[in-house]
Design a protein around this ligand. Structure first.
Ligand code: PA5
Length: 469
C-alpha cells in the first residue's frame, strides 16, 4: 500500500465556492500536460537528479552502513552531531523525530541499541553552541559537517570553533579523524580540500541534487543509519512513490495532484498552504517541507526572465495542539489558504482512557475510548469545521509511520515541489534569494571576492533614528 492523497474537501461539491471543480482542471489542462512533459524532459536531461536517488545508491548505502559499523565497533563515540543548516539539517531532524523514540537522546545506550545520541546544531546562536558543549564530552562526539557548497558561514564557523576545541581535548591531532566526517560535494568547495588534507572520512552530495532535495542522499542517510534507522527501507519507499507518481494521467499521481490543487488554488488567490500533521512524529516533517516548498517556488522571475514574484507561503501547524491556537483563524479568517492534514492510521501504541468519574458525565464519556481514536476523531472534526466554513483542505494518509512511508512522503513532496515549479514556469532548483543573504554576510565580513558587494552595501541608504522608537 502507498500513502494516499484524499482531496475530497477541495472539491466544490464538498467545500463550496472556494473549492475547485472540473472546469478548473479543464482550464489548466494544457499547462498540466506541458508540466508532465517538462518533468519527463528534466529527468531525462539530468536536471532532476533527486528523482534518481532511490534507484542508484546501493553502493552508497553499503558505504554508510560499513562506516556506521566501524564507528560502533570502536566503541568511543556516544554522541553524533550534525553541523549544517537549511537543506543540510532539516531532513535529518525530521527523519529522526519521525522514526526514532521521541525521547531518543534520554534513552540508555542499550535502549538505543548501541547507537549514539543525535544532536543537530543548525544555528549560530552562540548560546546554543556554548550550552551544547556543557552537556557533552567532546572526546565521545562525532561531528558530521554537512555543507554541499562547503562555504556556508554558519556551518563553517561551527566547524572551525569545534575543531579547535576538539584539538585541545585530544592527545594528538591524528585522532581528529575519529571525530569528524564530512558530507559535501565530490570535488568542489573548502570541505573537500580540508577533508583530503586531514584524512577525514567524506560522503558525497551528488552535484545534481540541491540542498533541500538531498535528504535521501548521505546528507540524511548517514545520521539516520547512525541512529539505527533502516535507510534501505527509506529508499525503497521513495522508489515505490517515485514510480507511483510518474504517471501520464495526472489524476493517478498523488504528487502531481498535490501540486495541481495548490496551483489552481493559488490562482484563486489562496496564497497560504498550512501543513498540519496529526502526529507528533511528523511535526518536523512540516519544517522540512516548508523549506522545500518556500525556497523552491518563491521566485521573482519565471523561466523567460519575466518578473512574476511567484510563490505560496507554507505554514506549519500541529494537530491537535494548534486546534487550540491557529484553528479559529483557519475556520473563520480569510479565504486565503489551503490546509493539508497528515493523518497516521496506525500509531505504535494504543492508549486507553480509563472509565472513571462515572459521576461526572462531562468527562466520563471519554472513558473506554483510546487516545488513538481521539486524535483522529479530532482530525475529522477539524475537517468538518473547515468544510462548514468553505475552507479547502485535503489530507495525506500514512497507513503507519515507518521508514517505508517516510521515504514515500519525502519523495512525494519533492516531486510535488518540482511539478509546482513546472506549472509555475519557474526554476524550482535555484535559490538566488538565499544566496543574496549569504553574499551580504561574506561582504560584511570582508571575504575575498566580495569587494563589489561590499561597495553596494555601503552605498545603501543609512538608517535614521527618526524611524526608531
Ligand atoms: O536548499 C538549499 O540549497 C539551501 O537551503 C542549503 O541547503 C543551505 O543554504 C545550506 O547550504 P550548504 O549545504 O551549501 O551549506
Amino acid at each position: 500500500m502507498n500513502l494516499r492523497l484524499d482531496y475530497n474537501n477541495v472539491i466544490k461539491e464538498y467545500v463550496g465556492e472556494h473549492g475547485i471543480d472540473s472546469d478548473d482542471f479543464n482550464e489548466y489542462k494544457d499547462k498540466i500536460a506541458s508540466a508532465i512533459e517538462g518533468m519527463k524532459k528534466k529527468k531525462d536531461e539530468g536536471k532532476m537528479d533527486f528523482r534518481l536517488m532511490p534507484f542508484v545508491q546501493d553502493d552508497v548505502v553499503n558505504d554508510i552502513n560499513d562506516y556506521v559499523e566501524s564507528v560502533k565497533e570502536k566503541g568511543v563515540i556516544d554522541t553524533f552531531v550534525v553541523l549544517g543548516i537549511g537543506g543540510s539539517a532539516l531532513g535529518p531532524i525530521a527523519v529522526q523525530q519521525a522514526l526514532n523514540h521521541p525521547y531518543y537522546n534520554e534513552l540508555t545506550k542499550e535502549q538505543r541499541k548501541g547507537c549514539p545520541r543525535l544532536y543537530v546544531l543548525d544555528n549560530v546562536d552562540p548560546e546554543k553552541i556554548v550550552n551544547f558543549l556543557d552537556i557533552v564530552d567532546l572526546k565521545k562526539c562525532l561531528f558530521n559537517v554537512i555543507s554541499k557548497s562547503g562555504s556556508t558561514s554558519e556551518t563553517m564557523s561551527q566547524f572551525m570553533i569545534i575543531e579547535e576545541k576538539m584539538k585541545k581535548v585530544l592527545d594528538n591531532e591524528d585522532e581528529l579523524k575519529d571525530h569528524f566526517v564530512f558530507t559535501t560535494d565530490k570535488e568542489k568547495g573548502n570541505l573537500v580540500k580540508i577533508g583530503k588534507e586531514k584524512g577525514y572520512k567524506m560522503f558525497v552530495v551528488p552535484s545534481g541534487v540541491g540542498g533541500r532535495f538531498s535528504e535521501l542522499t548521505p546528507v540524511g542517510l548517514l545520521a539516520a543509519a547512525m541512529c539505527g534507522i533502516n535507510i534501505s527501507e527509506l529508499l525503497r519507499g521513495a522508489k515505490e512513490m517515485d514510480m507511483a507518481c510518474d504517471k501520464t494521467n495526472y489524476r493517478e499521481s498523488p504528487a502531481y495532484m498535490y501540486a495541481i490543487i495548490h496551483y489552481i488554488l493559488m490562482n484563486k488567490n489562496k496564497k497560504l498552504s498550512v501543513m498540519m500533521p496529526y502526529s507528533d512524529r511528523l511535526k518536523y516533517m512540516s519544517d522540512w517541507y516548508c523549506q522545500l516548498w518556500a525556497e523552491s517556488i518563491g521566485k521573482k522571475f519565471d523561466n523567460e526572465g519575466k518578473e512574476v514574484w511567484g510563490g505560496m507561503t507554507p505554514i506549519k501547524a500541529l494537530g491537535v495542539t494548534d486546534q487550540h491556537s491557529q484553528l479559529q483563524l483557519y475556520t473563520e479568517g480569510p479565504f486565503d489558504k489551503i490546509v493539508v492534514f497528515l493523518k497516521n492510521e496506525r500509531f505504535k501504541n494504543e492508549l486507553m482512557i480509563p472509565e472513571v468519574y462515572g459521576d461526572i458525565p462531562e468527562i466520563n464519556f471519554l472513558g473506554g475510548h483510546t487516545q488513538n481514536e481521539l486524535i483522529n476523531v479530532e482530525l475529522s472534526s477539524t475537517e468538518i469545521a473547515l468544510n462548514k466554513m468553505g475552507k479547502p483542505n485535503m489530507k495525506i494518509i500514512f497507513p503507519e509511520i515507518n521508514e517505508y512511508y517516510i521515504g514515500q512522503f519525502i519523495q512525494m513532496m519533492e516531486i510535488a515541489t518540482g511539478f509546482m515549479g513546472e506549472l509555475m514556469n519557474i526554476n524550482a532548483f535555484d535559490q538566488p534569494g538565499v544566496e543574496e543573504g549569504k553574499n551580504c554576510t561574506y561582504a560584511i565580513f570582508n571575504k575575498p571576492g566580495y569587494e563589489e558587494k561590499k561597495k553596494e552595501l555601503e552605498s545603501q541608504k543609512k538608517r535614521t533614528d527618526k524611524f526608531i522608537c
